[in-house]
Design a protein around this ligand. Structure first.
Ligand code: PNS
Length: 158
């Protein structure tokens, strides 16, 4: 069984995330989407809400499983017999930090990281920017899967 993990904060999941999940799902027997806490980021959605959104938007992918994890990603991989971490790369600005994490994870446990280039229309997209634009009333409907956009609008109106 070839198993990969797509880890991230997913606060909230964007079209860019969904594109990577769809493409990873075609390459592996099983893809685990792990919602992890990034200590350097303040969350808008609770982990359970992020998982619900991910379940909704990946319902058409039969081999994708949604999960969450507190702790080191390599421990998650070890516990779930995962051989590869799949990360989307938007631009060279992502590369430095992603490379550092990939090398650290490889050195800690031997798990490999595969970088998947985002599709060009998603290359400027991030959850943080989407939240910022939406907070000030900008239209982000075309950047998010519909159920995610609905939840974001509802959350920001509260
Ligand atoms: O979506 P993000 O915020 O860019 O995802 C970053 C994330 C959550 C994947 C990264 O911070 C992570 O792997 N955190 C888990 C803790 C861990 O393993 N830290 C050491 C990384 S070398």
């Amino acid at each position: 069984m070839r198993r990969a993990v797509c880890p991230g904060s997913y606060d909230p999941p964007t079209n860019g995330h969904l594109d990577i999940l769809e493409r990873a799902s075609g390459l592996f027997d099983e893809v685990c989407v792990a919602v992890l806490i990034n200590k350097s980021k303040q969350g808008l959605f609770a982990v359970e809400e992020r998982m619900e959104m991910l379940r909704e938007i990946s319902a058409h992918l039969g081999n994708v499983r949604i999960d969450s994890w507190h702790g080191l990603l390599v421990d998650y991989c070890r516990q779930h017999d995962i051989q590869a971490i799949v990360k989307g790369l938007r631009a060279i600005s992502d590369f430095d930090y992603e490379l550092q994490m990939a090398q650290m994870n490889q050195q800690l446990s031997g798990v490999e990281t595969l970088f998947m280039p985002t599709k060009p229309p998603n290359s400027f997209l991030s959850s943080s920017l989407v939240k910022e634009v939406a907070t000030y009333g900008g239209d982000v409907a075309h950047l998010l899967p519909e159920p995610v956009h609905k939840r974001l609008v509802r959350r920001l109106s509260q």
